[in-house]
Design a protein around this ligand. Structure first.
Ligand SMILES: [Fe+2]
Length: 197
């Protein structure tokens, strides 16, 4: 006769929460930040008029069109941090687009995504937590009880990289400070490490 498992008789009903899906965020603190900050900021031609629109610097479109001129340096400076992430999620990384943005007073970024797969990063390169706000992310679903949109704005300090699924909508609120807020951004694909052992 088959072994039939039956539930033990309960005196009171029970309930548990099952959370089979989640949205991962990763926060990486850059080692030797002051030295790397100087190197990262020196890679970008911040006075390039082709990358400045209405006092807002972004070399995104230039780098998409021409390739990122500081790709190799960027990868070298951040090789340790990128490896930490790759090891953490047990994949190899393929870096795609890299760009920089500098937000002067009142400048902001509307809600957008970076595609439907892979991970993206925001590296806070000039960031004063007393003056600036980090990126705000929106969940791809609403609060199941009251239908509210779900927002997440991580607490960050300068020299932090926030890594998130590229498909997540996010935006930057206007910089209310006269101190510029500068970020680097990066899109990457992941390649599962083959285990031949
Ligand atoms: Fe973005």
């Amino acid at each position: 006769m088959a072994d039939v498992k039956t539930q033990k008789s309960l005196k009171i009903s029970s309930i548990e929460t099952l959370t089979p899906f989640y949205i991962p965020f990763f926060s990486v603190k850059i080692a030797e930040w002051e030295r790397k900050k100087e190197r990262l900021l020196s890679m970008v031609d911040w006075n390039n008029s082709s990358a400045i629109e209405n006092d807002h610097f972004t070399d995104y479109h230039l780098n998409i069109k021409n390739g990122c001129p500081y790709r190799e340096q960027f990868e070298n400076v951040l090789s340790e941090e990128l490896q930490v992430f790759a090891d953490h999620i047990k994949t190899n990384l393929v870096l795609k687009e890299i760009w920089a943005q500098r937000y002067h007073k009142e400048k902001h970024m509307v809600a957008h995504t970076h595609g439907s797969k892979g991970f993206s990063c925001v590296l806070y390169a000039e960031f004063d937590p007393s003056q600036h706000k980090a990126t705000t992310f929106m969940a791809p679903f609403n609060n199941f009880i009251n239908d509210d949109t779900l927002y997440f704005t991580p607490e960050v300090t300068e020299g932090t990289i926030i890594i998130f699924p590229s498909m997540l909508p996010h935006y930057a609120v206007p910089n209310t400070s006269s101190i510029p807020r500068t970020i680097f951004s990066l899109n990457m694909d992941t390649v599962v490490v083959q285990n031949n052992g």
